[in-house]
Design a protein around this ligand. Structure first.
Ligand code: NA7
Length: 533
């Protein structure tokens, strides 16, 4: 079969992939996006479990490049649910006429760089081969599910699935004995949503989580008009805050009295959003004492709701600081455990041994009999989506092998040794840890478009970060990350949820605004730190 030839292959049709496709197409490049799904949406296509919804306010989880695109869609709630979010992706794909250049139900299986031609040969699950100058991996930070974790999963007599692979079509959980493994942002949304449907719910908890109650009012015409009127203001603000949200941190802890601090924490907590985490005190991430005081503030709130020493012991964290792991928003999540049909099972000191035909077997021999097992067990974040593709750079080097030793990138946008491979949502750029993903991904895709245009305008064919450029970025990243308390906590933020994964804070923690400036400075200096040939 003759290989199809393109300027660029885009992997993924989620937030980043759709916008990347639009941008490159607008600039006259021949480009095609590929996605394993049957339609657009990325994360929001796959994560269709009950209760899946935004934790970012809908009016900021948006594309901001087009006023019309922004204003012609109206959200129903401050934090809408997955079906509405998926509809929004359909709206975007229709409005920009994107689907004609997207090939669905197609997984990219391999991408091999040819040193002689300076081009990539890309292979698909459908047996096609594509010859492309650029590969832009818009593969998502959290898209490679940790789904084969336990021995015996295939032996289970009931249904077992990961939340990111929720069965399409109706799945009736009523009257079922259901087990949920995991209580991260995903598990919490599932648990609070299915508790009153199922016959019996067992939640297997290894590490407790700090949680914040969500306030999720519906939006009437006034609210919708209100946020739409602020389009220009949001466009100016979001890219420059620390987290790409509308609100920003203060570093005023030392200047305030204890009463003033308390008032600020109460106000942020009452906001019913991620504000207490992403817009209270920056010192939460740098000062152990501040971290402990704010953690205790949140623990107090949780204790007051649980009001049960046994549950408090099981559900309230003490071993790590508030905010050093993703903080989920929830609705009556803690109260769920007061229900007679819900049971929290501690698996920290008595781990899950294996799955047996009847259910879950713990190491001490206890079998929890179940009809359905839901694995809310997270993702191989940042690296997984890319290492599950056989990516071969210069001299046939393998990205999977390279990253099995040390996870290194240049600004999360390129990797030394892999010319003309651009990445979004990749390690060492701002991402789901401390970032509103749409803000980050728009900035990253715009930078990539700028780089590809620069190459075309300057008659260059190949771009690659230099060894020095990459080392400088990794050092800068590590300096910030090592000083951040996030580096001390085990979670997907540090890769510690994946056995054998080299430990490194995966997201850039210097701030979205600062990252933007640094990447723009490199571009303005003729792509300093990159070799263009
Ligand atoms: P997370 O935050 O990685 O949570 C995964 C959960 O699964 C967490 O509670 C884990 O416990 C638990 N887990 C994983 N493996 C096991 C085993 N073997 N036994 C018991 N429990 C286990 O993933 P989410 O999907 O909730 O969230 C990911 C991101 O998606 C989130 O940050 C948002 O940005 C959206 P652990 O804490 O490791 O002890």
């Amino acid at each position: 079969m003759t290989a199809q030839s393109l300027d660029a292959v885009i992997i993924g049709a989620g937030v980043a992939g759709l916008y990347q496709l639009h941008q490159l197409r607008e600039q006259g490049f021949t480009v095609r996006a590929y996605d394993a799904a049957t339609d657009v949406g990325g994360t929001w296509y796959w994560n269709r479990y009950p209760g899946a919804k935004f934790d970012s306010e809908a009016y900021i989880y948006q594309y901001l490049f087009s006023e019309d695109l922004y204003k012609n869609w109206s959200w129903s709630h401050r934090f809408p649910e997955q079906p509405e979010i998926e509809q929004w992706f359909h709206y975007v794909a229709d409005a920009l006429d994107l689907r004609k250049d997207i090939q669905f139900e197609t997984t990219i299986t391999a991408a091999v760089f040819n040193d002689d031609t300076g081009r990539w040969t890309v292979s698909t699950s459908t047996g096609e081969t594509i010859d492309a100058q650029y590969v832009v991996a818009c593969t998502g930070m959290l898209s490679a599910p940790m789904s084969n974790l336990f021995a015996g999963q295939d032996d289970f007599r009931g249904d077992i699935f990961h939340t990111a692979r929720w069965p399409r079509g109706e799945l009736d959980l009523s009257g079922k004995r259901v087990g949920v493994i995991g209580n991260g942002a995903t598990g919490i949304q599932v648990i609070q949503t299915i508790a009153d449907t199922v016959d019996h719910l067992k939640v297997f908890i290894r590490t407790p989580q700090y949680v914040l109650p969500m306030k999720n009012p519906s939006y009437g015409p006034d609210e919708v008009d209100g946020y739409k009127e602020r389009f220009e203001e949001l466009r100016q603000t979001l890219p420059h805050t620390f987290t790409g949200f509308e609100y920003d941190f203060t570093s005023a802890w030392g200047d305030l009295t204890p009463a003033e601090r308390r008032a600020r924490l109460e106000a942020d907590y009452d906001n019913g959003s991620l504000k207490l985490w992403l817009a209270s005190f920056a010192e939460i991430f740098s000062d152990e004492q501040v971290s402990e005081e704010v953690s205790e503030f949140v623990r107090d709130k949780m204790r007051a709701r649980l009001n049960d020493p046994e549950l408090e012991d099981l559900l309230i964290p003490s071993a790590y600081g508030f905010g050093t792991h993703r903080v989920p928003l929830e609705t009556d999540y803690l109260e769920v455990y007061h229900r007679p049909n819900v049971e929290a099972v501690r698996v920290s000191d008595n781990p899950i041994g294996r799955i047996v035909p009847e259910g879950i077997l713990l190491e001490d021999g206890t079998v929890h009999e179940l009809d359905v097992i839901i694995m809310a067990t997270g993702f191989d974040a940042g690296t997984g989506a890319l290492t599950r593709i056989d990516i071969r750079g210069r001299d046939n080097r393998s990205l999977k092998d390279d990253w099995s030793r040390d996870i290194r990138t240049t600004m999360g946008l390129m990797v030394h040794g892999y010319p003309n491979l651009f990445t979004t949502g990749a390690p060492l750029a701002p991402s789901a840890a401390l970032c509103n993903m749409t803000t980050c991904l728009q900035q990253q895709t715009e930078w990539i478009t700028g780089a590809i245009l620069h190459l075309r305008e300057n008659g260059k064919a190949v771009m690659e970060p230099t060894q020095q450029g990459q080392d400088d970025w990794v050092d800068h990243h590590d300096d910030l990350a090592d000083a951040n308390l996030i580096s001390k906590t085990n979670s997907w933020y540090t890769g510690s949820n994946v056995p054998g994964k080299p430990r490194r804070v995966l997201s850039y923690v210097g701030g979205v605004g600062a990252y933007r400036e640094r990447t723009q400075e490199a571009a303005a200096a003729g792509y300093k730190g990159f070799d263009l040939r």
